[in-house]
Design a protein around this ligand. Structure first.
Ligand code: UDP
Length: 336
């Protein structure tokens, strides 16, 4: 399937967190496949300027009544994509209360509202951080889930709530365990713009462009070939595309699945820096610092289940394309 092969036939789909990095790409792909994304967002981390393909409702998920009211405004919608969450791993360690409230209570409020409005299909963005420290790479969905970070713990709690709703109330769901979302849409219009930015690729691009500080490399003493952490980087448009496959699979009767979203390829921090230097033609100035709290040594996916169950394989996730599209987005944003 190319990016535009499943006809959503004008269907409305609620995208919670549609003003965020991944949410905006999901919305664009829904629109490109003939659907209308309805964005629910509190715009604390998301951006109104990234909502371009349908209407939005400003709503804070922690407010149960307001969340229900937002769903009731769109009560004919059957399919919900939930991507809103606190994501900064370090902040979760310091402020767990806010993380549990935003992520876990927020998700419960969505589930309650979906039940009341009979929206029966949910696609949820979970994370490979739910697996915890293990040497069993590539990671299978059946791996023990023992999250190390508060972030991972909140996502696992939500996975469990969704499973309970499936069992008790027949909710259909696909839970995606994202590996490292990266890259940007080829248009240069939407991309990664977190504040503060904590992710490797945008931080390394910033340092290469001389915008801000030198990059900090968090730890060179990991048990990996070059001592730096290994991650599986998947292009955000592949993540978006997988959501279209999930909608189709649920239309065809899929009622429950946990699915890794990665490429199966692991790259170390130093390999990413080298690839950025090759694509941009600029050196990445960096200093080696201590390990960052909450970071696992290596995480990369066994990506077979996404292909088996959803017929999905990544189309956009060569490292070169990831870095080139992220670089184009940042250059457009910075006017260089
Ligand atoms: N990283 C780094 N410097 C940064 C940001 C990230 O060395 O400024 C490292 C981080 O320790 C991890 C990898 O890059 O090993 C990917 O981190 P990122 O925050 O992008 O994604 P995560 O895997 O934490 O979701």
């Amino acid at each position: 399937m190319s990016d535009q092969e499943y006809d959503l036939k004008g269907r409305e789909i609620i995208v919670v967190g549609g003003g965020g990095y991944i949410g905006a790409h999901v919305c664009k792909m829904i629109a490109e496949n003939g659907g209308t994304p309805i964005v629910f967002d509190n715009f604390q981390a998301g951006h109104k300027h990234a909502v371009k393909w349908g209407p939005y409702v400003t709503v804070d998920l922690r407010d149960r009544a307001a969340t229900l009211a937002a769903f009731q405004q769109h009560k004919d919608v059957e399919t919900v994509v939930h991507l809103a969450s606190s994501i900064e791993v370090g902040e979760g360690e310091k402020q767990p209360e806010g993380f549990y409230e935003n992520n876990v209570s927020g998700a419960l409020n969505i589930l309650m509202a979906m039940r009341q409005t009979q929206a029966d299909n949910l696609i949820f963005s979970s994370t490979c951080a739910t697996y915890g420290e293990t040497q069993n790479m590539p990671l299978l969905e059946t791996e023990v889930q023992n999250p190390f970070s508060v972030y991972g713990k909140t996502k696992l709690a939500i996975e469990h709530m969704i499973q309970s709703y499936h069992k008790a109330y027949d909710l259909n769901y696909v839970t995606f365990r994202y590996f490292n979302a990266s890259g940007a849409d080829a248009s240069g219009d939407i991309g990664e713009e977190h504040d503060p930015e904590t992710h490797l690729i945008p931080n390394a691009l910033k340092a290469a462009a001389g915008r801000g500080n030198r990059m900090k490399l968090f730890g060179t003493d990991y048990d990996t070939p070059d001592g730096t952490c290994v991650r599986d980087y998947i292009h955000v448009n592949d993540i978006a595309l997988a959501h279209i496959h999930a909608i189709r699979a649920m239309d065809e009767g899929l009622s429950q699945a946990e699915v890794n979203l990665g490429t199966g390829e692991g790259y170390s921090v130093l390999q990413i820096i080298k690839a950025i230097e090759e694509v941009t033609g600029l050196p990445v100035p960096y200093d080696v610092g201590p390990r960052r709290e909450g970071d696992l040594t290596q995480l990369f996916a066994n990506a077979a289940r996404a292909e088996e169950i959803l017929g999905f394989t990544p189309q956009h996730s060569s490292l070169e394309n990831i870095i080139q599209t992220a670089w184009n987005f940042h250059k457009t944003k910075w006017g260089i």
